[in-house]
Write a protein of this length. Structure first.
Ligand SMILES: Cc1cc2nc3c(=O)[nH]c(=O)nc-3n(C[C@H](O)[C@H](O)[C@H](O)COP(=O)(O)OP(=O)(O)OC[C@H]3O[C@@H](n4cnc5c(N)ncnc54)[C@H](O)[C@@H]3O)c2cc1C
Length: 332
C-alpha cells in the first residue's frame, strides 16, 4: 500500500475475533524485535518451538518511543511469510503523525497482517513522564482504534489494565476508557501483566456492567528473574502481591529456583483464570520459550488445544531452561 491510500486486505483467513466469538479459547504468545544477532537467534528458536503449539496468534511489540519501527515491521512480515503463525502487530501513537501511522499500517497490510493492537504507548522518557502527542498525531488509543478501522478491514485489539493504568485516576475511569475503545471498534482486549485473578475478574465485571461484550484476554508474564519482574511490574503499574514477593525474594540469587516458583505461580494463576471463564491466555514470552512451554503444559494440556487450525504437539513441552539471556522488550 502506498502512503495515503486505504488498506486493502484479504477477506479470507483466520480471525482472532471469530475464534473468541466461537467460545473456543485463544492461546497466544508475545515477542519483541531483537536488538542484536544473538537476540535474533534466541527469538527464532523461541518462535519455532512455540509454533508447534499452533497458537491462535502471536503478537509483536512496538518499540517504546516508536523506536526500531523497521525492525517491528520486518519481524511481523517474516512471521507472516515464513511461519504458519497468525501475527498481530502492536502499534503506538508515540512520536507519530497520522501520515506516519498510515504508512506503518500500510506496511502491515502489505505483509498480509490484518490484526493490530492499537496503543497510545508511553512517553519516550518512561511512563512517569508527561505525555505529549505529536502535533499531527493522537492523544489516546481510542483515536488510533478509530483511525485503523477507517483504513481497511482490520481487526483491532486494545490494552486493558486490571490494576489501573498508572496515569488513570481510578479503575472506574479505566473501565470507561475500555468501553470507549469497544465503541470505537475494538474487538478484543489484552491485559497488562498482573499476579492475582481478582483484579482481572473485577475488571471483566465492571466492563460487563457497562453493557460492552468485549472479550478480555489475560496477559501472563512468567516470573523468571526477580529484579526483572520488579522492574517490569513497576514500569507497568502492576503491584506485586506480598505472597509473590515472599515466594521469590529468598531465591533471588538462584535462577533455577525462581524459574520453578515462577512457573508454579503462573500455572496456578492461569488455571484460576480459565476456571473463572477467561477467554484464553496471552503469554509475554520475553523471547524465550521454556517457562511459557512449562506453564502451557501444566495448564493448557489439561484444558484442550488452542483454537487454531491444528492441535498442539504436547511432545514439544519438554522444557529445559533457555540457555541465554536475550534482553528485554523496549515496549510494554
Ligand atoms: C497488552 C499490552 C501490550 C502493550 N504493548 C506495547 C508495545 O508494543 N509498545 C509499547 O510501547 N507499549 C506497549 N504497552 C504499554 C502501553 O503502551 C502503555 O501502558 C500506555 O501507557 C497505555 O496505552 P493505552 O493504549 O492503554 O493508552 P490509552 O487508552 O490512551 O490510555 C493512556 C492514558 O490516558 C488515559 N485516557 C485514555 N483515554 C482518555 C480520554 N479520552 N480522556 C482522558 N484520558 C484518557 C487513560 O486513563 C490512561 O491513563 C502495552 C500494554 C498492554 C496492556
Amino acid at each position: 500500500m502506498t502512503r495515503g491510500a486505504g488498506s486493502t486486505l484479504p477477506t479470507s483467513g483466520s480471525s482472532i475475533p471469530d475464534v473468541l466469538a466461537s467460545g473456543r479459547r485463544s492461546y497466544s504468545f508475545e515477542f519483541f524485535p531483537p536488538k542484536n544477532a544473538e537476540g535474533e537467534i534466541a527469538l527464532w528458536k523461541a518462535i519455532r518451538r512455540l509454533e508447534s503449539y499452533h497458537p491462535t496468534f502471536v503478537s509483536i511489540t512496538y518499540g517504546a518511543g516508536g523506536g526500531n519501527r523497521g525492525g517491528v515491521i520486518e519481524l511481523t512480515k517474516r512471521i507472516a511469510e515464513e511461519t504458519t503463525l497468525l501475527p498481530m502487530a502492536h502499534l503506538t501513537c508515540v512520536g507519530h503523525s497520522r501520515a506516519e501511522l498510515r504508512q506503518v499500517i500500510g506496511a502491515y497490510a502489505d505483509a498480509g497482517v490484518r490484526h493490530v493492537l492499537a496503543l497510545r504507548g508511553d512517553p519516550p522518557g518512561g511512563p512517569e513522564q508527561v505525555w505529549e502527542r505529536h502535533p499531527d498525531g493522537f492523544d489516546h488509543a481510542v483515536e488510533l482504534v478509530e483511525f485503523i478501522r477507517s483504513l481497511g478491514r482490520f481487526d483491532v485489539a486494545v490494552a486493558a489494565f486490571p490494576d489501573k493504568h498508572p496515569g488513570s485516576p481510578d479503575v472506574e475511569f479505566d473501565t470507561q476508557v475500555l468501553a470507549a475503545k469497544a465503541d470505537a471498534g475494538a474487538s478484543f482486549a489484552i491485559t497488562q501483566l498482573f499476579f492475582d485473578p481478582e483484579p482481572y475478574l473485577r475488571l471483566v465485571d465492571r466492563l460487563a456492567a457497562t453493557g460492552r461484550a468485549l472479550p478480555v484476554i489475560p496477559g501472563i508474564m512468567p516470573i523468571t528473574n526477580v529484579s526483572q519482574i520488579k522492574r517490569m511490574a513497576s514500569f507497568s503499574g502492576a503491584p506485586i502481591p506480598k505472597r509473590v514477593l515472599d515466594a521469590i525474594e529468598p531465591y533471588a540469587e538462584d535462577p533455577d529456583a525462581v524459574r520453578e516458583i515462577g512457573i508454579e505461580l503462573a500455572s496456578r494463576l492461569c488455571t484460576d483464570l480459565l476456571g473463572a471463564g477467561a477467554p484464553g491466555l496471552h503469554f509475554m514470552t520475553l523471547n524465550r520459550s521454556s517457562a511459557t512451554r512449562a506453564i502451557y503444559a501444566n495448564v493448557v494440556a489439561s484444558d484442550g488445544p488452542a483454537a487454531s487450525p491444528a492441535a498442539p504437539s504436547m511432545a514439544a513441552t519438554a522444557s529445559a531452561p533457555d540457555s541465554s539471556s536475550v534482553g528485554s522488550p523496549a515496549g510494554r
